[in-house]
Structures are given as C-alpha cells and as structure tokens.
Design a protein. Structure first.
Length: 149
C-alpha cells in the first residue's frame, strides 16, 4: 500500500480510536467505591488503541521508502476493521460482553489470517473472550455486561 494511503489509514484509525474512547467514556465512570466498573475495559482498549496507532504513525513517518512495499494491511482491511469496531460498540450494551466480544475477536482473527479452519478460529476467539472475562472477574472484580443484565 503506498505511503499516503497507509498513512491515511492510520490517521483514520486514530480518529476512530478517539471516537471509540469517547463512546467508552460515555458508558460511565471506570471506577466506583467497589473497584472497577464494566466501562474500565472499553476505556482501556480505547487508550491502548490510540497509543498503538500513534506509535505506528510515528514509525511510518520514519520508515525508509524501500520498506513501503511490504508494509500495511490489505486494501479493504481498514474498512472492515472500522466496521467491526462500530458493530462491537453497538452490540456491547445490547447483547453483552460475551457475544459482542466473540464476534469482534473472531472478525479480527479472520481479517488478519487465512480463511480456513473456521471452527478452530471460533474456538480460539471464544477462549480469548473467556480468559479476558475471567481476568476481569477474578483479578479486577469487574462485572461485565451480559444479555441477562
């Protein structure tokens, strides 16, 4: 992907990440008297996304021209990632953590890997979502939203 297109992709990703962070902040205070709240994880993801994409922008601006040919995702990957983020945000409150996170993680795995072994990738996505859930429940004491409330 040419430098300008990839840099544009990174800048759009940065803008989407900032929008995601503001949306996540709208979920409420990440801390309460009892500890962390369900909004903590989305806010953490938003902050991390902004940091990581900022690092990629700086690296891209420093990159030598001969390295450009191998850099960057597929031509439409950025559109699909943006779409997946918006779907994740929309689903998170309505269907809860498990289903929205599983769909999001599976979509990202499929976007950045070969399309074969779908069942295996679905199980890996479920394991990631389950491990993150356990980490937030046991380590942080945060209750993540579910379909049942």
């Amino acid at each position: 992907m040419p430098t300008n297109r990839y840099l544009t992709f990174l800048c759009v990703t940065l803008a989407v990440s900032v929008g995601y962070l503001f949306t996540a902040i709208g979920l409420g205070d990440p801390f309460s008297d009892r500890g962390l709240t369900p909004s903590f994880f989305p806010i953490l993801i938003g902050v991390a996304a902004i940091i990581f994409v900022s690092v990629l922008i700086v690296e891209k601006l420093r990159e030598a021209p001969e390295e450009e040919a191998a850099a960057g995702p597929g031509i439409y990957t950025h559109i699909w990632v943006t779409f997946a983020i918006f779907i994740y945000i929309a689903l998170f409150r309505t269907v809860g953590y498990f289903l929205s996170s599983w769909v999001f993680v599976l979509a990202l795995i499929l976007l950045f890997s070969a399309r074969e072994k779908f069942a295996q990738k679905a199980v890996i996505a479920a394991a990631i979502v389950g491990l993150v859930y356990l980490m937030f429940q046991q380590l942080f004491g945060v209750r993540l939203p579910t379909i049942w409330g």
